[in-house]
Write a new protein. Structure first.
Length: 310
């Protein structure tokens, strides 16, 4: 099995973290440790906490970080638990946190994990293999309404209603067990004329199911304020996203944390007592250069936003 994950927006993210050699940093999505390796290279007495919910990723990351493991603590967990993870390590404030959201090339390459619509595999899509709930449960147990909702909301798929109906019809005879059975149903639901153009017809539905299985958007949304509050003054939170739903969450969360008053505009004086928690380092997201997109097409839709604790 090949594990080739090219880190996206690497220089920009590392510069964005503003690394101090004695600082404490967290990579909440360690993956193949491409970003983490560049972080630890810049540390002397500092420390890196690398979190991933995928045990296979941690194995690989340990190898990549080999020469620097004395400065690294690798943790198998969900970054949503960052506060508890850090307090177990007696850490209460950090100098920078990086998130590089989404699925890794490794996870896509490992056919049996069911992330890819190109190869036959059980319907799985769990990033954390210790979790029970999988894509099989979504596809075979969700009501037609719920299927439509997630495919529409998380896949932004205009044929969500038909796809949901075809899935429910398809599973009446027998459960839908594999990725390619699901792909065949999606293809039937999308009119041929539409399906012959543009990206793979199952792309958006697979994205939606993956987001649902791993609760990706809720986890991201809930974690941003917690992460900001764990930063020392001047500490940076850098978040790389891959689609508009994720970027919107980061943008709106940063906007709210950047405000020092959330009272309705009609109130004559402020009564909310809210204090501004961060300042925005990036008003517009940083996007990859043409060179990066040419050498790593996966980077095409990536966006980096950076905030600093005040
Ligand atoms: C895009 S990859 C990160 C790649 C990494 N930056 C690199 O350069 O190799 C995303 C990784 O984050 C992990 N991940 C996604 N959501 C997570 C979460 N909520 N908690 C912990 N790990 C998560 C995935 O398992 C995957 O390994």
């Amino acid at each position: 099995m090949k594990f080739e994950h090219i880190p996206v927006l690497l220089d920009e993210a590392i510069k964005g973290l503003n690394i101090k050699e004695d600082g404490i940093y967290v990579d909440g999505t360690l993956g193949g440790a491409g970003h983490s390796l560049e972080i630890v290279k810049r540390l002397t007495s500092g420390k890196l906490i690398g979190i991933d919910q995928d045990k296979d990723a941690l194995k690989k990351a340990r190898k990549v970080l080999g020469d620097h493991l004395d400065k690294v603590q690798v943790v198998h967990d969900n970054y949503r638990n960052i506060r508890d993870i850090l307090s177990r390590l007696n850490i209460y404030r950090v100098d920078g946190i990086l998130l590089d959201i989404g699925v890794s090339s490794h996870q896509l390459d490992e056919k049996e994990r069911g992330f890819s619509y190109h190869s036959q595999a059980p319907l799985d899509m769990r990033m954390d293999k210790t979790q029970d709930f999988s894509a099989w449960d979504v596809v075979n147990k969700y009501s037609e309404k719920d299927l439509e909702r997630i495919i529409w909301d998380y896949g932004e798929e205009r044929w969500a209603k038909r796809i949901a109906r075809f899935i429910v019809d398809g599973r009446r005879e027998k459960p839908i067990d594999t990725t390619l059975e699901l792909v065949a149903i999606i293809k039937k639901a999308i009119p041929k004329k539409v399906r012959m153009k543009g990206p793979h017809p199952a792309r958006q539905t697979f994205q939606a199911i993956r987001i649902e299985v791993n609760e990706e958007l809720d986890v991201l949304k809930g974690s941003i304020p917690i992460m900001c509050r764990l930063l020392n003054k001047g500490g940076r939170l850098c978040i790389i996203t891959f689609h508009s739903l994720e970027d919107r969450i980061v943008k709106n969360s940063f906007r709210d944390l950047n405000r020092d008053c959330v009272c309705p505009p009609e109130l004559p004086i402020c009564s909310c007592d809210k204090e501004r928690e961060i300042k925005l380092i990036t008003r517009k997201p940083i996007v990859p250069t043409k060179d990066e997109i040419d050498s790593n097409p996966r980077s095409r839709s990536s966006k980096l936003r950076i905030a600093e604790r005040v």
